[in-house]
Design a protein around this ligand. Sequence first.
Ligand code: B1M
Length: 214
Amino acid sequence: MTEDRNLLLKQIHDAVVEFEEDKAAELCRKALEDGIDAYDAIMEGLAAGMDTVGKLYESNEYFVPELLLCSDAMYAGLDVLRPHVKVGEHQTAGKIILGVVEGDIHDIGKTLVKTMFEAAGWEIYDLGKDVKLGLFVEELKRTDADVVALSALMTTSMMAMPKAIEMIKTEKPDVVVLVGGAPLTGDIARQYGADGYARDAVSAVYEAQKLLQK
Ligand code: B1M
């Protein structure tokens, strides 16, 4: 059983790496039929596949066109799995604004973060990617959200975060600002003035919840 599970997750991984969009979706449906937890299939299949893709990119075996095709395969699988993701049932939902900061178009991680908040019953205002900093403030004024979540995938784009946090806190000092993305750490988040940092999509929900309860 464990072997079958691991084989299927590996096949999902491979479908992303080999940019086989239809196969990725089909295998994800099979994973659900076989009773594999949707979140595990996302993380151990689809996200693990993107991780390998990243390594192939770094070693110059894959280039931008391959990355885009792999992202399409990963999204095809995510569309199947997303409605089935379960998070702890005792969460109290809130309102969250979510976006990738300006200059950065990497939105796969942000989409996973969104998925987890959606599954936990939060009201989400997704601003997408390459979001101008002022837009976070505009959306905060409009929605009076409890949390603003900023994602960045590049060491260059993450430098926009301190400015964004300052602008957001000026508008609403008690709003919780959460940051995440591969180049960030808890230390950097603190230096930037964020209230919290999460290293992955699941802990983002728990961190937001914890900070709101403070
Ligand atoms: Co590019 N890219 N990319 N890329 N890309 C990276 C990020 C890079 C590290 C590759 C490399 O050089 N080694 C590098 C950045 C280097 C740096 O830091 N300075 C890079 C570069 C340089 C670029 C371009 C400049 C390339 C070029 O055009 N010359 C360009 C950027 C353009 C721009 O943004 N202005 C570019 C473009 C692209 C594609 C469009 C082709 C594609 C993105 C497609 C898309 O997102 N729709 C792409 C991809 C796929 C990657 C890699 C291969 C994979 C990123 C990814 O999706 N990972 C990446 C290399 C790598 O990571 N090894 C790379 C999977 C995803 C699930 O993980 O996003 O980390 P991640 O999300 C995690 C956590 O970080 C966390 O939770 C998620 C899941 O648990 N998390 C949060 C994320 N946000 C969070 C927010 C939170 C909490 C947790 O709270 C708010």
